[in-house]
Design a protein around this ligand. Sequence first.
Ligand SMILES: NC(=O)c1ccc[n+]([C@@H]2O[C@H](COP(=O)([O-])OP(=O)(O)OC[C@H]3O[C@@H](n4cnc5c(N)ncnc54)[C@H](O)[C@@H]3O)[C@@H](O)[C@H]2O)c1
Length: 274
Amino acid sequence: MAAAGRVAGKVALVTGAARGMGRAHAVRLAKEGADVIVLDVCAPLPSVAYPGASRDDLHETVRLVEVAGRRAVAIVADVRDHDLLCSEVAVAVDRLGGLDIIVANAGICVVAPWDRATPEILKDTLDINVVGVWNTVMAGAPHLVARGGGSVILISSAAGLKVQPYMVHYTASKFAVTGMAKAFAVELAKDSIRVNSVHPTGVETGMSAGGGLQAAIGAAIEADPRPAGMFTNMLPVERVAAEDVADAVLFLASDESKHVTALAMTVDAGVTQY
Ligand SMILES: NC(=O)c1ccc[n+]([C@@H]2O[C@H](COP(=O)([O-])OP(=O)(O)OC[C@H]3O[C@@H](n4cnc5c(N)ncnc54)[C@H](O)[C@@H]3O)[C@@H](O)[C@H]2O)c1
């Protein structure tokens, strides 16, 4: 039976899909008719203070995609592992019959003012948030080329457009993602592949669970209060929901945005303009 919905009949790859925004993207795309390859490392994350996602979390995402009436293929892999990503994605694409949408969402965030940051924090952040995103596009894009087109969505951050204080490494990684989206957009355009980046303000997810990130920001503000206002949203909301960001991802994944490419799309309650 033909699927109904805004991405009906398409196949999507979503990284970091075990929880948080990745799960929201996978479920939203499934509810609109896409089959989904859901990929996550399902392990403790380096350098971070919050707990990692589990295999049960990834299985729950699979369950939710199936409840939406679509097929899901789960991959447990680290986005830092280029070769594993390429081979596992190829197998999953073969099972689902092609690939149309890539959502490079996996990422980490470590709060550490410049004089508390370490080489390991910088390396882990760049390896996952930048190299991991590049690996994801490299693993998926050949399948979009084979399909004759598609949509690639890179999850950056408000910190990819405006400095987020107390995390030089994270801001650097997310600005790199913004540039990477535009650069891939230029070269993939000839194959009718669109590439856009998404820039959320603070979102309630596993990353923020337990209040560790907030506490670390609070301590940093106490030591150096002047940049604190940079976190203030223009709209009177503290955070947005993962589903709000998934709405933007769905738009960019669907043919409604067929002429939209190289766009840095904010879901930021205005923080980057304030
Ligand atoms: N939460 C926020 O406030 C916020 C704001 C702006 C942007 N972002 C970005 O959104 C994305 C999703 O973040 P989230 O808030 O849902 O975080 P989260 O920690 O809840 O989820 C991230 C998922 O990515 C997975 N992951 C991390 N490193 C991985 C790796 N090396 N290989 C494979 N999977 C890996 C984790 O296991 C986890 O399931 C990230 O890129 C993050 O930087 C988050």
